[in-house]
Design a protein around this ligand. Structure first.
Ligand SMILES: *Cc1c(COP(=O)(O)O)cnc(C)c1O
Length: 422
């Protein structure tokens, strides 16, 4: 049996920033390997030191043996030589190749944060006069990018209901609409978009479908296989999974990613090598973690659904959820985020939150540590009353990102406040 294709250091210079035949060959070599094998092995470059774990290249620039070699590196005749870590760094490349393999994309471009990834997609594929259709239920800051900043450059966005295909169709402006953007399942209410239908609509009009896959990660859902053109990630969440570092990524075809790469090179919203190393290690346990998150989240959703103090539970793993059947056709698991509405509005919700001893009160999600959030006054606090109502963000709504603690302890932590209410 030949060894897995770990690239020795003297070949590093051939696997640089430009997608080439070798990268394609390696993707093909990985094709028959399972997800967990890829998560642990894909993309590793081993140096002459023969290190077992992935090396961390904390260097901003790279050196050459001669003036001529430098010149050839800069003009591209020395193919793929590392130049500068804003756009080429071996540790970042390892992360990119590993995530590309997991998402079943040809190429990945890493970014400094999830927002940097989304901005890079916008810079790569939109120009003044272009039109975007975006689901209303996206990460709040994503809305700001489209609504507040891209409008400054003449890009107009129409916001539609994630699950209402009619609204997507009606918003389409033939010849102008270049991008459809969504997140599925949405956060915090776990609405599910029909990715196959959205991709058909986008392609019928020559537009790209971009999916933020932060909630499920490739361990539970692979949008590219369902017809999406581009996947974006906030690596800050589950890809790290331990709340340590900010990062983002864009995944898609070699052709599309070359445009995103050129944005990264010129505009510089690039990932740090240190963070890439953290995420590489995070990816190794991604599926194990997502399965554990999903298992505890399902148990919690089922328990909450029968609790007297709870009015409603939003979790796609529950047959009562409107997106359950569709989620089953797109996802191999239901994820770690459970939202529920307590009877008694804000006062009751705050009481449940303040009664917890283990869960962290924070706006973040996707961590080994369970987190609890009151969306109406934090993550969605800046929305107008009407906008909150339209988005289903009621005063009694609580979001829990279920972590990796013992399930019984998570449930008991919530039971303390809930049992007083009901
Ligand atoms: C957090 C988040 C982002 C933004 O990512 P950052 O890494 O914080 O910039 C984008 N999309 C979703 C779904 C997120 O949860």
């Amino acid at each position: 049996m030949p060894k897995l294709p770990i690239i020795p250091s003297d070949a590093l210079t051939q696997t640089g920033q430009v997608a080439g035949p070798q990268r394609t060959l390696r993707a093909a070599q990985f094709a028959d390997l399972g997800f967990d094998t890829l998560a642990v092995r894909a993309g590793q470059h081993r140096t002459n030191e023969h290190e077992h774990s992935e090396a961390l290249f904390l260097t901003s620039s790279f050196t050459y043996n001669s003036a001529q070699e430098a010149a050839q590196s800069f003009d591209g005749t020395l193919f793929g030589a590392n130049i500068y870590s804003r756009f080429s760094n071996p540790t970042i490349q390892m992360f990119e190749e590993r995530l590309a393999a997991l998402e079943q994309g040809e190429r990945c471009v890493a970014a400094a944060s999830g927002m940097a990834a989304i901005l890079s997609v916008a810079l790569a594929f939109l120009a003044a006069g272009d039109h975007v259709i975006c689901s209303r239920a996206v990460f709040g800051t994503t809305t700001s990018v489209f609504e507040k900043y891209l409008t400054k450059f003449g890009v107009i966005t129409t916001f539609v209901d994630l699950t209402d295909l009619n609204q997507w169709q009606q918003a389409m402006r033939p010849g102008k609409t270049k991008l459809l953007f969504c997140e599925t399942p949405s956060n915090p209410l776990a609405e599910v978009a029909d990715l196959r239908a959205l991709s058909a609509l986008a392609h019928q009009h020559g537009a790209l479908l971009v999916v933020d896959n932060c909630y499920c990660t490739p361990a539970l859902q692979r949008p590219l296989a369902l017809g999406a053109d581009i996947v974006v990630h906030s690596a800050t969440k589950y890809l790290d999974g331990q709340g340590r570092a900010l990062g983002g990524a864009v995944v898609g075809s070699d052709k599309l990613m070359q445009d995103v790469f050129l944005v990264m090179r010129a505009c510089g919203p690039s990932m740090s090598a240190f963070n890439a190393w953290v995420f590489l290690k995070g990816l190794e346990t991604l599926k194990l973690r997502m399965q554990a998150h999903s298992q505890s989240a399902l148990a919690l959703a089922q328990w909450l659904e029968q609790h007297q103090a709870v009015e409603r539970v939003y979790y796609t793993g529950l047959p009562s959820h409107v997106g359950h059947e569709l989620a089953k056709t797109q996802q191999s698991g239901f994820g770690g985020i459970v939202s529920f509405v307590v009877k008694g509005g804000r006062a009751a919700a705050w009481q449940v939150i303040d009664s917890t001893r283990i869960l962290s009160i924070t706006g973040n999600l996707g961590d080994a540590k369970s987190t609890i959030t009151h969306p109406a006054t934090t993550t969605h606090g800046r929305l107008s009353v009407e906008a909150k109502q339209a988005a289903g963000i009621t005063e009694g709504l609580i979001r829990v990102s279920v972590g990796l603690e013992d399930y019984a302890d998570i449930q008991a932590d919530l039971a303390r406040g809930l049992n007083v209410l009901g």
